[in-house]
Design a binder for this molecule. Sequence first.
Ligand code: 13P
Ligand code: SF4
Length: 375
Amino acid sequence: MNSNGATTQAMSQVQGFGHFAMLSDEQAEARITAARARLGQRVVLLSHHYQRESVYRHADLTGDSLKLARLAARTDADFILFCGVHFMAEVADILSRSEQIAILPDLAAGCSMADMADLVKVERCWDELAEVFGTPDTRITPVTYINSAADLKAFCGEHGGIVCTSTNAPAIIDWALAQREKVLFFPDQHLGRWTGFKKGIPLDQMAVWDPDLERGGLTAKELEHARILLWKGHCSVHQMFQAGHIQSWRTQYPDGFVISHPESNLDVCRESDYVGSTEFIIETITAAPPGTRWLVGTELNLVSRLAERLKPQGKIIKFMAPTVCMCSTMQRIDPQHLAWALENLANGNVVNPVRVPAREAELARTALTRMLEIS
Ligand code: 13P
Ligand code: SF4
């Protein structure tokens, strides 16, 4: 038997998902509870705040991306079952010990923003920058948002760069600009722009790099002028929020507060009273005086849960957009997939392990460790 006791103990056949897909939420939840009882401390369930309530309630630990990365690095459990999206499970695999196994109940739970940058395009960008700057490694620090694939984190590790999250982006940009005069920030232009803006970097010194255009669609002069090159990527959920939503809400509730995630566009962030990570949003509203009113620009599951939890304190919490905008990839983790992954695990079968190849993991760890040391 290996140290986690899973694969070699696998006497029973792997159960396919088909049967689990037919379960009601209640049936799935009963099976989750039973499987967890069999597994005990060998499994830890980490959940991002965007998970639906029927999954979130099973979590041992919850958090934003930074907190979850730290928790994954610290746990002693044999199995880290991630209720979140693919890049989060990859980070858990990279930061945990090699014998621990990170599991994502549905491998199709990706992040559409993360998919807006890939290694081929980032390497092509780096080569094109070399045509203007000679060796970009001496003039540009690559910074990847944690919402990115492991090979992009590895790229940053290899080129003296770093990872950031929505919590630590200001400190990371300071670090990056202290290393070299410019930053290439991917894949979220909005987090990069807001962070640069807060640091007083003029907007005309933050140029958008369009990966589908030759040399990002920028002239050599524009590239020389830029301090931050912002990859043309965005979050499909946060792009729904608009400054107009805030302005019309404020005319109705001038005493209310507005809080947004920094994946929202610059105008939304500027109009907000507070901007920060999912954990920051929860902490800020939780700590606010009873009876306060809030407009919140982040994913709907988080906002609905918070509104329900803080209703007894008389807090009125409203979602910013008029249309429903959940993160459809986070939604892929449902009680049925959770039951399927846990029951197989309890039977000695690991389904959906997330494994980052060794060399890639080593380089990505370098970039992640730099981040954890700074933040
Ligand atoms: P947080 O790190 O703030 O939780 O953000 C992750 C994310 O994907 C937000 O869309
Ligand atoms: Fe990715 Fe946006 Fe979903 Fe966050 S909310 S996981 S950035 S698609």
